[in-house]
Design a protein around this ligand. Structure first.
Ligand code: NAP
Ligand code: GLV
Length: 309
């Protein structure tokens, strides 16, 4: 393979192990961290790069995002001929499945209430609840949503799924498009958000939509903070319509110290950690796709930038 250049521009990421992995995969390539003024590259490996990165590199052929969500890219002006490729699973799907299952199970089994009681020195029992009364609705049945749907079924929860186009997944009651959105919400008590953040899905978790969930609903947001209208969630928790929420993602990260989510008794937060990018799996996937692109082969995981995911 002829020589080519890879530019690395990932915020909050130690570059050295990534550079080493990419150099091992492509010994003939020049791989370096982007700084203003470095020679233009053929391919980019990025996470939330600044606009000047793309402004200096209109010649890029491929932009490889080291995460599944590309909302930090689609808001930028991208080189017109670059193919944008996102991670597909790369070890994230199993992490997401375990995170969502533990959240749904903690809620269903009253484990947070048991933990509070034990801390207070109380030996109490709660009435067992019926699994059939806890249908879980998954917003987004893509790579991660489909895996989560499969995992929840192992615990015998009824599972609903909502996607843009109709999907037939084993054991999942499928809903699609705007026309079936309200039926999907009314059929769900636990709501898991695994949608990409796009102009169509921003603020989708709001007073009107969450108000349609079955009473005592539980919200698990593992996609993006801008899907959720924070004050609407708080209002529905405080009114008692919602029973709780598990939030991994926030409009501003880190979550500001004064934000009410930190202290709310019905909210559990984690610091955007439900499905982490795993370096070696991700380098292997990116290297395989970069190689395929070099050979002119068709890739999966190519982002439709106009659609936003
Ligand atoms: P994906 O494979 O692209 O799946 C996206 C799903 O959302 C698809 O089923 C798609 O429907 C559906 N969708 C998109 N727009 C829609 C709309 N307007 N109406 C209804 N359905 C719509 O994405 P993924 O790999 O599963 O990742 C999903 C998201 O998870 C990422 O975008 C990212 O924000 C988030 N994420 C979070 C973490 C974390 O640590 N918290 C880690 C990784 C990813 P179609 O199937 O019909 O296209
Ligand atoms: C993480 O949030 C990702 O999109 O991979």
């Amino acid at each position: 393979m002829t020589s080519f250049r890879i530019s690395f521009c990932c915020t909050n990421t130690d570059p050295e192990p990534w550079l080493a992995g990419l150099r091992t995969a492509f010994p003939q390539a020049e791989v370096e961290v982007w700084q203003p003024g470095v020679p233009p590259a053929d391919y980019a490996v990025v996470w939330a790069p600044p606009q000047p990165f793309f402004d200096e590199q209109p010649q890029l052929k491929g932009v490889f995002n080291i995460g599944a969500g590309v909302d930090a890219l689609t808001k930028l002006r991208l080189p017109s001929n670059a193919v944008v490729v996102r991670l597909e699973d790369a070890g994230m799907a199993v992490q997401m499945a375990e995170y969502v299952c533990q959240g749904a199970i903690r809620h269903f089994r009253d484990l947070n209430a048991y933990a509070d009681d034990v801390r207070a020195g109380q030996w109490t029992f709660y009435k067992p609840r019926q699994r059939r009364d806890f249908p879980v609705g998954i917003l987004g049945l893509g790579v991660l949503g489909a895996r989560v749907a499969q995992a929840l079924q192992h615990f015998e929860f009824p599972v609903n799924g909502w996607s843009r186009s109709p999907k037939a997944l084993d054991g999942v009651r499928g809903f699609s498009g705007a026309a079936q959105f309200h039926d999907f919400l009314a059929s769900s008590r636990v709501l898991v958000n695994l949608l990409p953040l796009t102009p169509e899905t921003a603020n989708i978790l709001n007073r009107e939509t969450l108000g349609r969930l079955q009473p005592g609903g539980y919200v698990i947001n593992v996609a993006r903070g801008a899907h959720l209208v924070d004050e609407d969630l708080l209002a529905l928790l405080n009114s008692g319509h919602l029973g709780g929420a598990l939030l991994d993602v926030f409009r501003t990260e880190p979550l500001p110290a004064e934000h009410p989510f930190w202290q709310h008794p019905k909210i559990t937060i984690t610091p955007h950690t439900s499905a982490r990018t795993l370096r070696s799996e991700s380098i292997a996937q990116i290297a395989a796709k970069m190689g395929a692109m070099q050979r002119g082969e068709v890739l999966t995981g190519v982002v439709d930038v106009g659609r936003g995911y």
